[in-house]
Design a protein around this ligand. Structure first.
Ligand code: C2E
Ligand code: CA
Ligand code: CA
Ligand code: CA
Length: 280
């Protein structure tokens, strides 16, 4: 793309996923984790479908690379996982999101607001995850029940006994637990029952089917009903259209997120929404 990038074939597609490229990017990420403001949290509101009220945010990390611009977490989270950098990155994400929640008064607000933070399956490989979470809560002063940790079904399906023990200690601390992208990971109902999960997040692929030429509501409805029968709340991901909003509300889905309400926002803008929820 740019002729000025010196001897580095930065935009050569053959190089793009190459080892050298990945090593360079990992080194850059290590440097970013040392500070300097390249990493930033964005916050996407979660909305109660019945009332339209904002009930919390999901924290989503962004990396503004000095040379490459914004790099998607879909690209650098896997890199962080394969290099072990997910541990310091995950701790930074947790600490920054909890700090922000306290700055916004989410801990003290009369209507309960929840900060949801994504936790990679690799972070569960560290048995001290509950200690890390407890320490962040103690340092920031966020009440445990204001924090929700999101994990994918793979956490339930791999290293099951170890991860179950970690989840039970996390529940003991008092944080909420959510299964992300629910319905895409083939977890069995028997597994789901054993885990102390509060919320199922309906994957965007099922929400997409609720609109268009041949809408298909069966899968989304099944997940909402599953949540209801197991005493778990449901959050629909990726609502973009009014038709999807209506369909999910009619099904009795509790909460939702998506561009229809708001995109993930920088902290300053998300804070404005919180002070003026009618702005949605
Ligand atoms: P996710 O946890 O499933 O997050 C939802 C993704 O969908 C986000 O992408 C969000 O920006 C996007 N999204 C929200 N509403 C809509 C919508 O209406 N339409 C569409 N098309 N997309 C929507 P994002 O921020 O690029 O994150 C991608 C994934 O990267 C996340 O998927 C999560 O798995 C991972 N990730 C992001 N931040 C973190 C983090 O701090 N820690 C960890 N471990 N993973 C993270
Ligand atoms: Ca998530
Ligand atoms: Ca998700
Ligand atoms: Ca996803």
């Amino acid at each position: 793309k740019s002729a000025g990038s010196g001897q580095f074939a930065r935009y050569d597609p053959q190089m793009h996923s190459g080892l050298v490229e990945r090593l360079q990017l990992a080194a850059d990420l290590r440097r970013a984790l040392d500070g300097g403001g390249e990493l930033e949290m964005y916050y996407q509101p979660t909305v109660e479908l019945r009332s339209g009220d904002i009930v919390g945010f999901e924290a989503l990390v962004r990396w503004n690379h000095p040379a490459r611009g914004m790099i998607s977490p879909a690209d650098f989270i896997p890199l962080a996982e394969s290099t072990g950098l997910i541990r310091p990155l995950g701790q930074w994400v947790l600490a920054e999101s909890c700090r922000q929640a306290v700055e916004w008064g989410m801990g003290a607000s009369e209507r309960p607001l929840t900060m949801a933070v994504n936790v990679s399956g690799r972070q569960f490989d560290q048995p001290d995850l509950p200690a890390v979470v407890a320490s962040v809560l103690a340092t920031t002063g966020l009440p445990a029940e204001r924090l929700c940790l999101e994990m994918t079904e793979s956490v339930l399906m791999t290293d099951t006994e170890e991860n179950l023990a970690v989840l039970v200690s996390l529940k003991g601390i008092g944080v909420k637990l959510a299964i992300d992208d629910f319905g895409t990971g083939y977890s069995s109902l028997a597994y789901l029952r054993r885990f102390p999960v509060d919320t199922l997040k309906i994957d965007r692929s099922f929400v997409e089917r609720l609109s268009g030429a041949a809408p298909d509501a069966a899968l989304a409805r099944t997940i909402v009903q599953l949540g209801q029968s197991l005493g778990m709340g449901t959050v629909a991901e990726g609502i973009e259209q009014y038709a999807q909003f209506l369909a999910l509300r009619r099904m009795g889905c509790d909460l939702a997120q998506g561009y229809y309400f708001a995109k993930p926002l920088p902290a300053a803008e998300a804070g404005l929404l919180l002070r003026d929820p009618a702005a949605l």
